[in-house]
Design a protein around this ligand. Structure first.
Ligand code: ADP
Length: 326
């Protein structure tokens, strides 16, 4: 999506005057982001080869998305283009404590057509079957058509039967779904096809009404998730692997500027490490490190040079591949 973010923090009056102060943004920075896009970018920066799958339009903004993905070394060969369409748009509003609010314009986004066209779908399946790991999010499911979602679910079973691994983040956004029941049904079905579930407890609470993390763990164990990660902001991350539950501390971050992309970048740090052979515990540390950097920056994507100047970029040579989907 096209991202519009405020250049300067919004001051305290935003809290007391409701939305009015938040709506009066003095100036905006325009960029590109989105949940799976953010994860794709940081996985690639972590040294794993990535192919990104979505649909774009034929407008200059779509062109720029492709340029940026290519600039990150991400394969864009499986991205379809729909004439006359342009990508979705969203605006971030930040409060002084770094929390954020989003407004979306995405009703016409071409990504909504993912897996819808039968001819494109077959070509896409062949592409996906070449990948070691496939990452997708609840937002992917929410914006797809229902028939396409059923097709994708059936494909995941085939993909896993052939040795592929599926990673999934429920990323529950109520406004994208017709009802909470519809979201629970779809998310539950996809979790049953997930080898790794990278969930945010707040989203899980909103979707399933969990009072405590224990109920989230129990439900996902029931779904058959063998590697479960539950993010809880600054609170310890919960990890359950093959039935064994541990809590892993999140190192404090001194300056939280904007939490946009926290969960996405955590997922990227986790998956990049995990796919390169790190243990789940080591991968959580990598996820925390990646998220800590992103929340110290305004917007979801830290400029590539700034990011890589700090991060030791171990380039992948023929290593594992991960596909991410919008
Ligand atoms: P989401 O962005 O999906 O809401 P969370 O808020 O749970 O996800 O944050 C994801 C990860 O980002 C956390 O597991 C942690 O690594 C990091 N993080 C988020 N907020 C903080 C914070 N206040 N201090 C330190 N780390 C944080």
């Amino acid at each position: 999506m096209v991202e519009l973010a405020p250049q300067a923090p919004v001051h305290g009056e935003g809290q007391s005057q409701g939305n009015k102060a938040l709506l009066a943004q003095p100036s905006l920075t325009q960029s590109y982001a989105g949940d799976t896009y953010n994860t794709a970018v940081y996985i690639a920066r972590g040294g794993v080869s990535v192919s990104y799958v979505t649909l774009l339009g034929d407008d200059p903004y779509s062109e720029e998305v492709l340029t940026r993905l290519s600039g990150e070394g991400i394969d864009t060969g499986a991205i379809a283009r729909l004439p006359g369409r342009c990508p979705g748009l969203y605006m971030i509003q930040n409060t002084p404590d770094g929390e954020r609010y989003f407004t979306y314009w995405r009703g016409e986004a071409p990504a909504r057509e993912l897996f819808a066209d039968p001819v494109r779908r077959e070509a896409l399946k062949a592409h996906l079957l070449q990948m070691d790991c496939l990452y997708l999010s609840g937002i992917t499911l929410a914006i797809m058509g229902e028939e396409a979602r059923v097709e994708l679910l059936a494909f995941l079973a085939e993909y896993r039967a052939q040795g592929g691994r599926v990673a999934f983040d429920s990323n529950y956004r109520p406004r994208l779904w017709a009802s909470a029941d519809a979201a629970r049904e779809a998310v539950g079905q996809f979790l049953q096809q997930a080898d790794m579930a990278l969930l945010t407890f707040e989203d899980e609470q909103a979707l399933w009404g969990d009072k405590r993390p224990g109920s989230c763990v129990k439900r996902n164990t029931g779904f058959g998730v063998s590697e479960l990660v539950i993010k809880r902001g600054a609170e310890p991350v919960l990890l359950q692997v093959d039935g064994e539950l541990t809590a892993i501390d999140v190192p404090p971050v001194s300056s939280v500027v904007d939490t946009t992309g926290a969960g996405d970048s955590f997922n990227a740090g986790y998956l990049a490490a995990r796919l390169q052979g790190a243990s789940p515990e080591q991968s959580i540390a990598a996820g925390n490190r990646c998220a800590a950097r992103v929340i110290g920056h305004r917007g979801a994507i830290i400029p590539r040079d700034d990011y890589l100047a700090v991060e030791k970029n171990e380039n992948c040579t023929g290593g594992p591949q991960v596909v991410t989907m919008v």
